[in-house]
Design a protein around this ligand. Structure first.
Ligand code: BGC
Length: 770
């Protein structure tokens, strides 16, 4: 195990030292969000040391002009990025004319605590100014989970060692930039600032996309715990607004500013009047007050934990790790708005531009499906449904016709943003993950209406893509899919990637079966789907059937395994054990050319497919494939070990499952990959959740029943998790001796534990033994 910077604690992440060398890491790790907005843990006071300033507003993006070495037809013109937005945390502090700046003064003590139960970040420190004055600060902030366009922070200062002048200047600033801007451009324009009594606002508009964001504050000031009316000087210059409070301080007196913030964007409000509106909202927050706001915020978090907590006994590091992951997932996405999605880094950094990847459907979707109300997962599906037109356009640009859809590899508004041909044009398996999520949603929720109202339109369009993307091989007398990149990005332009071919065939079959089901159960609805999709039911379904029956799926007969792609066995047959540990990770030590020719797999590929369609394979087939591919996989995508861990649990190999789980459990907390400074791996955090619930817990949905097949890692005394089936919540508790399932709903829940089928009535609690 890596030495953690953080003390083990069930609910808290605590940093006990000021370590400027880890400054950016901590800014990512202590980032906060509420689905609507988020920010890195930048200090309130001035900081002249190394920092990545980051404030983000969900759904607001800037189309950053693409940079490529050699342009290829079909490349997108831009990469959509969630820009660093106007920052609202700033409180400049000067003591006797000297700026409080932790990079300059002597830091005597420093402590930062993220309370994950309550969603509150607290920082305390003692600093000695060059004048010799000692300054003690306590700063506390939260982004309201109950009123997601508002936030509050409290900042208190105590100076000892004499009397003098303290100046506190809460501010808002639109003078921000993105480090990852392709051409060093600023993403904002038309900045303006105004103040009105105790309130101020800064408004800015994204260039090109014209999203308007108004960030307002109202400040309330306290001296020794009592609210005081102080004369404040308000300043509002184009991209900066502040209120300046000056006080004569005496040794030991405590001064506090409470800053109430509202961030409104034109995504949700008319741009006209948005500044005034934001100021009004900041005032309303101030009127409600810090404690009342905090109370409703905590209650909202409490509800989230009641729905989706995982409790691990006997391993406090594991407990802290999984709660950190669940916390981050809930901070990133709350599922109330189908225009929003989950970027791989959430609101914790600029990498990946905050855009949507296949990560959503392949890894994150099951988390929200099992821990939130049905509408949350449905909104994630609707996000893609709303972008269907664009996906059809994307496919059209590549030469596909007749309503075929290729969803983008990376997107914000439905347009493709990625610009490497081997991914943009070839990593087409993402289309299959989107189709699978529809199936997964329906088997979990039973909401078949989704299929008729929305899902079939998406499925038909994706099926049309597959039907055109494959071709008949006279040589093989089979349909083949040529020139693709599977999930394993360490091979490009391969033929017949087993995962892609399997997913394509499955999508065609699921779409055909769903259409036939609808035709027989509701001809009216079937006709409506036909009309909406311009489907030619006889000819198109006939063609799909022909493909389903004749798709080429590469196998290696002697080894009894599925072949990752046609040429895989031509490679030099090495395993990870043959690698010099000093050369890992390969992507930092080997040339790309060497990686591409090697046998080493970046992330689950064949095994990703076996994970999705596990019930179609017997245990021995799963074992042979696992035993072949796991030793060849370097897991250089954080998304990978969790899938392998789930399969190891399925194979009753709890030791391997646990080892693989450990590679994801505290990935960011302990910064395994030395890159947490760029932001957290939010989407792969869902993988850790999966490796507990679907891996150790063995949760599956089979034949309209929720099934569990739990194992327990030897290091744990017990664990329990909360999940929903058909929107009915239940708790599953596992210890070395028995499994207890508690139905927390008012409905019957059909379950099977270790193969024993039963129906749990409302409130029922039943024990199962292996
Ligand atoms: C992985 C992709 C993933 C992306 C964003 C890459 O390293 O190979 O599968 O979509 O990261 O998480």
């Amino acid at each position: 195990m890596i030495n953690s910077r953080f003390q083990p604690d069930e609910w808290k992440i605590t940093e006990t030292r000021f370590e400027p060398e880890n400054g950016r890491d901590s800014e990512s790790l202590f980032a906060m969000g509420n689905g609507m907005m988020g920010l890195r843990a930048n200090f309130e006071e001035k900081y002249s040391g190394d920092t990545l300033q980051g404030t983000y507003v969900a759904g607001v993006y800037y189309p950053d002009k693409t940079v490529v070495g050699w342009w290829k037809n079909g490349y997108p013109d831009y990469f959509a990025k969630v820009p660093n937005a106007p920052s609202w945390t700033g409180i400049e502090v000067t003591v006797d004319g000297e700026s409080l700046d932790l990079a300059v003064c002597k830091v005597k003590s420093f402590r930062r605590i993220l309370n994950m139960k309550e969603g509150v970040l607290t920082r305390t420190f003692t600093a000695v100014m060059t004048s010799g004055r000692t300054v003690e600060v306590t700063a506390c902030r939260f982004l309201s989970m109950s009123e997601p366009e508002t936030a509050a922070l409290s900042y208190s200062v105590k100076i000892t060692g004499g009397e003098g002048l303290l100046v506190m200047k809460p501010c808002l600033s639109a003078d921000v930039h993105n480090e990852d801007a392709n051409y060093g451009e600023k993403f904002w324009e038309n900045e303006s600032a105004e103040s009105d009594g105790p309130r101020a606002v800064v408004t800015a508009q994204t260039r090109k996309t014209a999203f308007v964001v108004a960030t307002a504050m109202e400040n309330v000031f306290y001296a020794d715990g009592k609210q005081v009316k102080v004369m404040a000087v308000h300043e509002a210059n184009r991209d900066f607004a502040s209120s300046t409070f000056e006080h004569r301080y005496h040794s030991g007196e405590v001064f506090e500013v409470r800053k109430y913030v509202a961030v409104l964007s034109s995504l949700n409000h008319p741009a006209e009047g948005i500044s005034k509106n934001a100021m009004k909202r900041a005032s309303e927050a101030a009127l409600k007050g810090f404690d009342a706001m905090l109370e409703s915020h905590k209650n909202a978090w409490n509800e989230k934990w009641e729905r989706g907590d995982i409790i691990i006994k006997g391993d406090i590091e594991a407990q802290q790790g999984i709660r950190f992951n669940i916390f981050q997932l809930n901070q990133t996405y709350t599922g109330e708005d189908p225009r929003l999605n989950i970027g791989p880094k959430g609101f914790t950094g600029e990498k990946y531009g905050g855009s949507t990847y296949w990560d959503t459907e392949a890894f994150v979707f099951p988390f929200y499906l099992s821990t939130s109300d049905t509408h949350v997962a449905r909104n994630l599906l609707l996000y893609r449904y709303k972008q269907l037109g664009r996906a059809i356009e994307n496919a059209g640009k590549l030469g596909f016709k007749g309503g075929a859809a290729l969803y983008p590899m990376v997107t914000m508004n439905g347009e493709e943003c990625h610009n490497e041909w081997e991914i943009t044009f070839e990593e087409i398996h993402r289309n299959g993950a989107i189709a699978f999520a529809i199936y997964n949603y329906i088997r979990h929720t039973g909401d078949k209406n989704y299929l008729t109202e929305y899902g079939l339109e998406v499925l038909v369009a994706i099926s049309r893509f597959w039907a055109q993307r494959c071709n008949w091989s006279e040589e093989k007398k089979k349909y083949v899919i040529l020139g693709v990149t599977g999930p394993n990005e360490y091979e490009n332009n391969v033929n017949n990637n087993w995962y892609t071919n399997t997913l394509a065939t499955w999508t065609l079959k699921y779409t055909s079966d769903s259409l036939e089901w609808l035709r027989s159960t509701s001809p009216v609805k079937f006709n409506s789907v036909v009309t909406r999709t311009h489907l030619d039911p006889d000819n198109e379904l006939k063609h799909w059937k022909e493909i389903i029956q004749n798709m080429y799926l590469p196998v290696h007969r002697d080894r009894g395994i599925f072949l990752q792609q046609d040429g895989y066995m031509d490679k030099e047959n090495l395993t990870v054990g043959d690698l010099d540990p000093a050369e890992r990770p390969l992507n930092q030590h080997w040339s790309w050319d060497r990686i591409l020719r090697s046998v080493f797999i970046k992330q689950a590929d064949v095994l990703q497919g076996i994970y999705l369609f596990e019930e179609e394979f017997d245990e021995e087939t799963i074992r042979r494939n696992f035993e072949f591919y796991e030793p060849r996989c370097v897991h250089e995508s954080s998304l990978s070990p969790s899938i392998h861990s789930i399969l190891a649990s399925r194979l009753h190999d709890t030791d391997s499952a646990y080892k693989l789980y450990l590679r994801t459990a505290r990935l960011d907390l302990d910064d395994y990959n030395r890159e947490v400074k760029d932001g957290l791996h939010v989407t792969s955090m869902a993988g850790t959740w999966l490796s507990i619930v679907e891996g150790f817990g063995g949760m599956r949905i089979r034949n309209d029943r929720v099934c569990f097949n739990p194992v327990i890692p030897p290091a744990w005394e017990s664990y329990s998790f909360m999940v929903r089936f058909r929107n009915n919540p239940m708790r599953v508790e596992v210890n070395g001796k028995k499994v207890t399932v508690i139905n927390l709903s008012e409905d019957n829940i059909p379950v099977a534990v270790y193969g024993k089928e039963t129906v749990l009535g409302p409130g029922a609690k039943e024990n199962f033994e292996k």
